[in-house]
Design a binder for this molecule. Structure first.
Ligand code: FES
Length: 120
């Protein structure tokens, strides 16, 4: 599938690095990937891709296996909900997990890390 295009979300100040083949991403779900030492949860929902930090800020659960409900991922441990579009906790939007822009090229999902981020 090559028609997923979130390139409009891709500011030029990011380095896009390969994360996983698009074919390995569930149609309506997520998968955790390691990109330059960061663990990032990549989701596909309603034909679009999203990437957020995989670690829940409450107690550290992986967000990737969480259910997606109305554009939020529900943490598997205590059900905090984070918006896929901006990483905000739905019940208290001042608390956020980091989001990353996503691109798909030649069947591969790329995640954009900030240009100034350090390589481990
Ligand atoms: S660890 Fe995510 S809600 Fe508690």
């Amino acid at each position: 599938m090559s028609d997923v295009d979130n390139s409009g979300m891709s500011p030029p100040s990011h380095r896009f690095l390969p994360a996983l083949p698009l074919s390995e991403l569930p149609e309506e779900g997520g998968k955790a990937v390691r990109v330059e030492g960061r663990v990032i949860a990549v989701f596909r929902w309603q034909g679009k891709l999203y990437a957020i930090d995989d670690r829940c800020p409450h107690a550290g659960a992986s967000l990737a296996p969480g259910r997606i409900v109305d554009g939020t991922v529900v943490c598997p441990w205590h059900a905090w909900r984070f918006r896929l579009c901006d990483g905000a906790w739905a019940d208290h939007p001042k608390i956020k997990v980091q989001t990353y822009p996503v691109q798909v090229r030649d069947g591969m999902v790329y995640v954009g890390l900030p240009e100034d981020s350090q390589q481990p």
